[in-house]
Design a protein around this ligand. Sequence first.
Ligand code: BMA
Length: 855
Amino acid sequence: MTTTKNIDTNWQFTQLGGGQGTEKDEWLRVASFPTTVHVELKRLGKIPDPFVGLNEWEVQWVGEAEWAFKTTFDVSKDELSGHKHFDLVFDGLDTFATVKLNDHEIVKSNNQFVAHRVSVRDLLKEGANDLFITFESAFINGRELQKRYPGTDHLWNGDSSRLHVRKAQYNYGWDWGPVLMTTGPWRPIRLESYDVRITDVDARVDVSEALDTDVTVAVRISDENSRSGNVTLYKSNGEVQATQKIQLDADNGKAIFSFKKGEVDLWYPVGYGKQPIYKLEVAIVEEDKSVASHTQSVGFRRARVVEDPLEDQEGRTFLFEINNVRVFCGGSNWIPADSFLTEVTDERYRQWLELLVRGNQNMIRVWGGGIYEPDVFYHICDELGILVWQDFMFACGQYPAHDEFPIQVEAEQTVQRLRQFCSVVIFTGNNEDYQLAESTPEVGIDYSDETSDFRKGTFPARHIYERLLPEIVNRLSNIHYHRASPYSGYGKDTRDPTLGDIHQWNVWHGSQEPWHNWDKLAGRFVSEFGMQGFPNARTVDYWLDGNTTERHPQSRITKNHNKADGYERRIETYLIENFQHTYDMDDYIFYTQAMQAETLAAAYRLWRRNWKGRGREYTAGALVWQLNDCWPVTSWAIADYFLRPKPAFFTIARELRPYTVGMARTEKKVYASEFTAADFKLDVILDIWGTNSTLTDKKITLSVMFFDLYSDWTASWAKEVTLAANSCTELSHDVLTGQPTRTKLSEVPKTIIVSARLLEKDRTVVARYSNWPEPFKFVNFPSKKDVGLKVVSKGDTVELSASKPVKGIILDVEGAEAEWSDQAIDLVPNDPQTIQARGLNGRQPTVRYVGDGWA
Ligand code: BMA
């Protein structure tokens, strides 16, 4: 059997030649392993916390210096004689690394994403063995490579030399991330000793349309002797599902299992069924004893990306179908959870992914400017039923594709590692590289050209995305491949809303549309869209570190903690178009959060409305940019670096419940004739719809209440409705009750607030949504006294009620934080709400709502 020795102790590091942070030849002990330089220097107090103030700029020298790491490990005589083979395995080196064992060079690496395995039998000695790794500056090497391979340097975000370096691209700075060029042994290193080793297990699951399951397990081993073994599938309770003997000749063998529908349990995304994970064990046996073994998880599901023509609209669907069920994907984009990746514990991954599920989301997209996440990330996605959209690590750039650009092994290792996770349902070639080509005349793209040697043109990486990667994905897995995110296909521009996926950035970037236009901005699958919002004040105060003079929205430190170009203009455009607000820090935090919450919920609401049943899945998914942050910052994230959800997290969660109710108002102006502009009738039309993501029709009561903000007038009605299974059902289309027809624009419309709820027979509220006249800036909010908001704290719950409709209640509490079950809450009279607040412990919350400072 393989014996594994982790090489994770006695490590020391130094800056080669000494310099700003360390003395020449001063070897410093590392406190953790694997690790990178900033993390260790910070622990030793040699650099300040780069996440505070302007410190990011104090530590730039680290990425331009050369570093070395060394350790010794002992190998005993018994160990040496115990096995035939000894391999040193490096799961990842960041980035330009040279490894020496006992003074012999064994690895030269230029790709952070690649693992190395080296046979070291002849170099190992009894007793102490020296392992020495030097890391050259990735930044300087990148600049040199850029000189050597000129011609590809167009990009968005970061330094253009990044395009030449196979290192997490966000390290170079992004529009939400600092410039922190990490360096060091960032993934585990171990010594493996064995006589025979299983080198590859390719377990292909094929679930047919009839839901019969075939599993083909191809096994390779490290020697060419004829050997026998067992392949066994275990259920999650440990019982054997099936087992087969295999014969390995000339290093490979195969087992094939076939199960009829129902004989194995299928894996479903969260909300659609269970997540049974089976265990696959392969053992090589000699005289009834296992001499090598391998275990991995396996889940059975049929996953398809369906691109079919649609009824009544142009283009084609772009939807995910799991076990023949078409799934509306409401989810998030994922960026690396830290600028310092070795700081992300398994527990933190779990917290992030559990948060996603708590937000009723079912998909996560691992974005191409980060990393291929470690196994634990995908294991948790398998377990929780989160569908994974996996980019290859190319983002927003014109990448080279010459022979020395080290992609092949990276892509093969990635596909071989990730194919075992049933949650992974799509690979995409890159993030926005086609979009960059379309927007950059010097690059350009001719979609009709499918045959030329792209490496000779202005967009060489088409060779990677259209030839190299699809060949690797198709050869090594059954996972769907899509050339990019976004990508339309069929010869169309990536902005085509009728095909493929789109990134809808015309809210915030682009033409800076009002968020109320999300319905017009829909696509078949919106894999990115977003709006910024400040994080919780505690996070702002972390980066201010007590600096009260900088605690305002226009300070230098505030700016350093928002990396998006022109964010001041963009945030303020959306605020000023919609909210009366002041420029004090706490007000700014509140209003940007309220705005983000409104914007993002509107997108999910309006796009889910487009999921109209089979053949009419006009929009099949929405993935917000972005779930998380890699440091404390103001960004598009819906939860900040410290895992504090922003209010938007909760408004999205409300839109992704199994049943939801939505409303939209439109104005209808009818002129008396074509010869008048003055004589017209203007009505407000209210549409109401309901969604149902379950697979059965749902009979339910739609209850609608109308309130006039400035009087005691109210109206209401209710009716029994049926929400069709797995789709959206239109429920009402009528003039807005309480709003008389207008004939002049000087007739100010009434401030009618509509509350719609879906009620079970026992009056349980399964969905609610309030619709206000917009923009909110025109609303003359009632005084606090008239609003009569009551916030009653009882242990870990809070009861909310009011005598007037209230928009966007955000609760917090001084001192220790509470974990809220809802935020950005809309309240109306006669419909009190109870919020859970773990850790509140009877304390009285602080309360903000839209217009609370108005009168
Ligand atoms: C998208 C992403 C990122 C970026 C975000 C916000 O295009 O792919 O590159 O951070 O926009 O600008």
